[in-house]
Structure formats: C-alpha cells, structure tokens
Design a protein around this ligand. Structure first.
Ligand code: ADP
Ligand code: F6P
Length: 342
C-alpha cells in the first residue's frame, strides 16, 4: 500500500510536467493540453526537460501559452525524455522530491510508460502529488485501455507492411517483419489484423518455429507465393527467425525490423485527441478532484482516474478472441498454432 498523502493537503499553485521513457507520437499533444489547461485554471506551469534526469538536474523552465504553440502534430516530445537509472534508487527519489520542493512544484504530471509510472509512485511515497498519463506506443500500461502513441505506431507499421507486401509478392517471398511492443503483442496484433498478415507472432501466444516452417511450405504448395509474418519483438527475434527459416526451408525469406520508425512521426488524429483529452484530465485530477496519485486513462472510451495501487487490475489484457479472429482471417496461421483449437 502506498503511504503518503491521500488527499490534497495544500493548495496547488505550480504544476510541473515531464515526459519520460520511450517517446511516443501524441506526447506533445498531451504536454500542450496539460500546459494550456493549467494556465486556464490560473496555475504556474513548469516544464521539466529530459524526464527524471532533468528533474534531478533542475532542467526546467516556466511555460506559457506560446511555449506549446504548433506542437500538437509534432512527433517526439518538446520536453525531451531520458532514462534515469539513479531514479530507481531511494537516494535518487529523495533527491527528486527535494528538487520538486526546491523548484516550488506543488504537483507533477508525468507522461510516460510503465517504468515512468513506477517513478511517479516513488515520488508520491515521498509526499509529492503526481498524476500520470499513459504515454507509450506499447499500449501496455496499468490504468488504461489505450496509451498515447499506440494508434500512431500501428498505422506506421501498417503503411510499412503494405510496402513490404508489394515487394514480397513481386518476388514470391515470405517477409518477416519485427515490430516493437517490449513484452506485449498489442502492436503486432493490431497491425497484423489491419494488414491481413498471414502469421502474427506475439509473446502472449506460444508458437513453434518448426510448425511455422511447415505451414509456410504448405502455403507455397497451395500457390500462396508470398506471406507476411508479423513478429512482435517479445515473441522472437525477427532476424534470427528469418535466418532460421532460410536454413530450414527452400522459401525465399526477407527480414525487416521496423525499429524506431514506430516511435516517430506525426500522431494520428486519435492520438492527438487522446493526448489532449488526457492532458486536460490530468490537471482536472489535481485541481478539481484533489487526486494525488492516480493514473489518468480511458476505459471504454471514457476518462478514468485510478489510484496507483489499483491500476494494475485495469491494465489492458491481450485479446485472445481478437487474436483468433486474426488467425482465422489470415488464412494460414490456423494451420500452425501449437495449441489445439483456440
Ligand atoms: P517507460 O516509462 O517507457 O516504461 P522506462 O522503463 O525506461 O520507460 O522508465 C523510464 C524511467 O522511469 C527510467 O529511466 C527511470 O528513471 C524511471 N523508472 C523506471 N523504473 C523505475 C522504478 N522501478 N522505480 C523508480 N523509477 C523507475
Ligand atoms: O516502450 C516503448 C519501446 O519502444 C518498446 O516498444 C521498445 O522495446 C523500447 O521502447 C525500446 O527502448 P529504447 O528506446 O530504450 O531502445
């Protein structure tokens, strides 16, 4: 159970905002909404650069309406982001809380992923009011159905796979495409369903390379001269899988790791809107509800506020029915699942 203040025990005058962990399209839309909503409510707004690193080093500046002009459709984050190992230590967290007090920050909005949320919890335990926004392309965070950046990353993968499908079909090739998602398969599943991938490999569903090879060979025999294998990075190493398939079969295989392309680019409308709605809700959580340690997320498209200690039960679960649908529609995957009928 997280100790610390449970309700706002002091008037907020100044709100800090930072972005942390892996950047994601839509983070700037969220920063813009936090700053403009805070200014609208009469708060002093402080931008902290480079995540918890920047907090510890006092890299901050006062933000006004123009600080966030023309950023809503910009990828990345104007506040920069960074990883900060020191913040995983009690000493680092003590220093972070002391820095907030030294900077006159009464409450903090943290925009980031799972790890950033843990940092926010640590600051809360030090008596700092912190609300967090789910900013990561992985779509895998406690307290929300959807994360800021996920829709944009899926669409980036979709556009890339359409191009790869062109060359795979021209060369009668099977294309292995590795996508991000850290330990989750949400990007792979959504993109695979959207592009009609024949195979979708995700960490949530065990698979066998051997059965994949057999299925690919059978597909070739039936005249399917090209296949798309979407491989989540948490399921297998796309390049190693491709090399293994080259050795194991006579099929012409090409491998692409989409990597950091998935982290950049303009946010889709969905992510720009999600960032705006959640950014404004974060300030409301602090100013109107007096919340001090909540994840601001969405559940069935409605904004929800969940205390850190209850957020895990609201983590988006992997949809096996959606996976089964993708397998059936993909026409080939049914053939190789190592589990009997799903
Ligand atoms: P993400 O937020 O995208 O998951 P990371 O896992 O790198 O990215 O976390 C971002 C930052 O959050 C880390 O660099 C570190 O400063 C902080 N952090 C991560 N895990 C913890 C933890 N267990 N306790 C405190 N701070 C953490
Ligand atoms: O969490 C977002 C993410 O892009 C993951 O999908 C990926 O595994 C990881 O970040 C990469 O981390 P880094 O940017 O530190 O290489």
């Amino acid at each position: 159970k997280l100790e610390g203040i449970s309700r706002m025990e002091k008037q907020i005058k100044t709100i800090g905002v930072l972005t942390s962990g892996g950047d994601a399209p839509g983070m700037n839309a969220a920063v813009r909404a936090v700053v403009r909503t805070g200014l609208h409510k009469g708060y002093r707004m402080i931008g902290i650069q480079r995540g918890y690193n920047g907090l510890l080093n006092g890299e901050c500046f006062e933000m006004n309406l123009r600080s966030v002009s023309n950023i809503i459709s910009a990828g990345g984050t104007i506040l920069y982001t960074a990883r900060c190992l020191e913040f995983k230590t009690k000493e680092g967290q003590d220093r972070g809380a002391a820095k907030c007090r030294e900077l006159g920050i009464d409450a903090l909005v943290v925009i980031g992923g799972d790890g950033s949320l843990k940092g926010a919890e640590a600051l809360y335990r030090q008596g700092i009011s912190v609300v967090t926004l789910p900013g990561t392309i992985d779509n895998d965070m406690p307290g929300t159905d959807e994360t800021i950046g996920f829709d944009s990353a899926v669409n980036t993968v979709l556009q890339a796979v359409h191009k790869i499908r062109d060359t795979a079909s021209s060369h009668d090739r099977a294309a292995v495409v590795e996508v991000m998602g850290r330990h989750a398969g949400h990007i792979a599943l959504a993109a695979g369903l959207a592009c009609g991938a024949e195979y979708i490999l995700v960490p949530e569903v065990p698979f066998s390379r051997e059965k994949l090879a057999v299925s690919l060979e059978e597909q070739m025999k039936t005249g399917r001269t090209n296949s798309i294998v979407i491989c989540a990075e948490g399921a297998d190493d796309g390049r190693a899988l491709g090399m293994w398939l080259k050795e194991r079969t006579d099929i012409d295989i090409c491998m692409t790791n989409l990597g950091y392309v998935q982290r950049g680019g303009e946010p889709t409308a969905r992510d720009a809107i999600l960032g705006g709605v959640l950014g404004a809700a974060a300030v409301k959580a602090l100013a109107v509800h007096g919340y001090t340690h909540h994840v601001v997320g969405v559940e069935r498209s409605r904004v929800i506020y969940t205390p850190y200690e209850q957020a895990e039960e609201k983590r988006r679960t992997f949809s096996r029915p959606l996976y089964d649908l993708a397998a059936m529609l993909g026409a080939a995957q049914d053939a190789f699942s190592i589990e009997e009928k799903f």
